[in-house]
Design a protein around this ligand. Structure first.
Ligand code: HEC
Length: 278
């Protein structure tokens, strides 16, 4: 029953069957972002820091500024015309080429579905909020990334909506790892890298970098850290408070279970290097 003469399912309802394209996030992810865009837009070298694989795309798109044109949001819910994503797909963005780069433009019907998703408020997919535990899901730049250019911001995405009132400098901080002379830079970064990666006992200091912390409206599972100054070369890490008084909480008050608190009593979200850390 339900099988054709070859023993295959008759309709496309079986597991692994393609999701038809429609104006919802899961469908756009499955039909466009994953197969077409994440070929390039993935991992530490994703262009403009924009990862479009399923783990990252929503949190890096909705109400998050474009790197190429920082005055525009990549996706502005309700306003496709002012959404940089649409400008890149339609080929009239102020900077760079039409996407997908080096390929024919997406069919206008496909773009129309993405426009409709944004017009409808750019709602998240079915996976959003389904997780029961409050945990860090993804970091951009990725943990361990070696970046040649300073990122415009660091994005942390969580499994559940954040209590934005607790997203402050006490709850999350960006640190530049320094050597004992108090200066950052490549040499310090090298030693810091080995200290962090191997847990060695080297004396390594850390300087807190001033950032503006925000939780984008409509994308409350994401926290953005915008450095007030461009990041200099060096090794950075993102640290979340492990103190009940100041730690991040989910909107319903749940405490973070991951990343765990390490032996030094710290909760490290991840680290990355900027510049030519030799
Ligand atoms: C062959 C590699 C490649 C593919 C495939 C690709 N891109 Fe890109 N994308 C780039 C590069 C390189 C840049 C930066 C240079 C430029 O804009 O031309 C970029 C930039 C972007 C930006 C600007 C980001 C910002 O913050 O300013 C967006 C948005 C974007 N791409 C979306 C997409 C989407 C959506 C797809 C799939 C339909 C896609 N790209 C497919 C390589 C690619």
């Amino acid at each position: 029953m339900g099988l054709n003469a070859d023993g295959q399912p008759i309709s496309g309802q079986g597991s692994g069957a393609p999701v038809p394209l429609s104006a919802d996030f899961d469908s756009i992810q499955a039909n466009v972002f994953t197969p077409i865009c994440s070929v390039c837009h993935i991992g530490a070298t994703a262009p403009e820091g924009l990862m479009l694989d399923a783990a990252h795309s929503y949190s890096l798109l909705v109400n998050v500024p474009s790197t190429e044109v920082p005055t525009l949001l990549r996706v502005k819910p309700g306003d496709p015309t002012d959404s940089y994503l649409i400008q890149k797909l339609q080929g009239h963005a102020a900077v760079g080429a039409q996407m997908p780069l080096g390929q024919p433009p997406l069919p206008s019907t496909t773009i129309a579905f993405i426009v409709q998703w944004i017009t409808d408020g750019a709602q998240p997919g079915s996976a959003a909020g389904a997780a029961s535990a409050f945990a860090l899901e993804a970091l951009a730049p990725e943990n361990g990334a070696a970046l040649t250019a300073a990122p415009a911001y660091i994005a942390l995405s969580f499994t559940r909506a954040l209590d934005a009132t607790r997203a402050d400098a006490a709850a999350v901080r960006l640190e530049l790892l320094t050597d004992s002379s108090g200066t950052g830079g490549s040499a310090a970064a090298d030693r810091a890298t080995s200290a962090v990666m191997e847990g060695a006992g080297d004396v390594v200091g850390a300087r807190v970098i001033e950032t503006r912390i925000s939780v984008p409206a409509g994308n409350e599972r994401t926290l953005l850290l915008l450095p007030l100054q461009p990041l200099a070369s060096g090794q950075y890490r993102v640290v979340l408070s492990a103190d009940v008084a100041s730690e991040l909480r989910a909107l319903d008050g749940a405490s973070l279970i991951d990343p765990p608190i390490d032996a030094a009593g710290e909760r490290i979200a991840g680290s990355f290097t900027v510049g030519d850390a030799r």
